[in-house]
Structures are given as structure tokens and as C-alpha cells.
Design a protein around this ligand. Structure first.
Ligand SMILES: [Zn+2]
Ligand SMILES: [Zn+2]
Length: 158
């Protein structure tokens, strides 16, 4: 635990540093995750990977994700289950951000900043527990849904 990120270090570098043999397919998966704008689930990673390498197997994708997760290089999120049982992955960020998941439209916002960092100190002061990893999700309603302008909720769950 306590993976430290050096500036300019890629996910592939970090995998290699952990003694994982870097195959072209593993490097491809790592790159996809690193460049992803959204939180991707395993199937999306698989389909994106297939666009670059049509020989890639689904099992390779799932195994690589499991390895990355085990080495604490990526985080697995359920995003309040707005997408059912799908799990999403993201490269563990160097700055803390949280996930604000809209329970109406499923959008995910990721504010980051000092406020969330200061939470670590607050938790420590109040409980004596020293947080190292924070993976925080909040479910609620985004400003668009609250304004009632858009009504295209894909799967309302509440
Ligand atoms: Zn919304
Ligand atoms: Zn995120």
C-alpha cells in the first residue's frame, strides 16, 4: 500500500516497478485507463482495447484489471449502483477527488480540492483513525435535474 506517484510516471511504469511483466496488451489496457475521460467498466475497456488490438481476449482485460486493483494502482467504484452491478475503474489519482453521482440522470461530477483533503485531518482529529485512501461517493441530484429542465433520466432508482 502507499503507492507513491512520481511526476511523469505512467501506469505502465508503475506496473513494471511492481515487477509485472509488461506485454503490449497490458500496456494498451494501462494506457486506455490512463487516458480515459470517464470511469470505464471492464466491458468498455475490453471494447476500446479491441479497437486497437482485435486479438485481445476479454480474460486478459479482466485479469489485468484485477492485477492493477490488487496492486492498488486503480480504484474500483460502484458509483452508487446507478448503472446496476457494473463496476468502474480509474487510475488512483494523486489528488483527492470525490464522486457526486446524480441518482436521476446518472451523471458523475468529480470535484477535487482542499476541502476534501482537509476531511482527512478532521477524521483523524475526531476519531484517531488516520485515513490514507479515500474513495468517496455521494448520491444526490445534480443541478440540472433539480432545476427540472431536463427529463431524460435513464434509470431513475429513487
Ligand atoms: Zn442529474
Ligand atoms: Zn473519479
Amino acid at each position: 500500500m502507499g503507492t507513491t506517484t512520481l511526476p511523469g510516471e505512467t501506469l505502465t511504469d508503475r506496473l513494471r516497478a511492481q515487477g509485472v511483466r509488461i506485454t503490449p496488451q497490458r500496456a494498451l489496457i494501462a494506457k486506455l485507463l490512463e487516458n480515459a475521460r470517464d470511469h470505464l467498466d471492464a466491458e468498455s475497456v475490453y471494447h476500446m482495447a479491441r479497437r486497437s488490438d482485435h486479438r485481445i481476449h476479454r480474460a486478459t482485460v479482466y485479469r489485468t484489471l484485477a492485477t492493477l486493483k490488487k496492486l492498488h494502482l486503480i480504484d474500483e467504484l460502484d458509483l452508487m449502483h446507478v448503472e446496476g452491478e457494473r463496476h468502474f475503474y480509474e487510475v488512483r489519482p494523486s489528488t483527492l477527488h470525490i464522486h457526486l453521482v446524480c441518482l436521476t440522470c446518472g451523471s458523475v461530477q468529480e470535484p477535487e480540492g482542499r476541502f476534501w483533503e482537509s476531511m482527512k485531518g478532521k477524521v483523524f482529529r475526531e476519531t484517531g483513525f488516520k485515513p490514507e485512501i479515500i474513495r468517496l461517493e455521494m448520491g444526490g441530484r445534480c443541478s440540472t435535474c433539480r432545476s427540472g429542465k431536463v427529463r431524460k433520466g435513464k434509470n431513475k432508482i429513487y
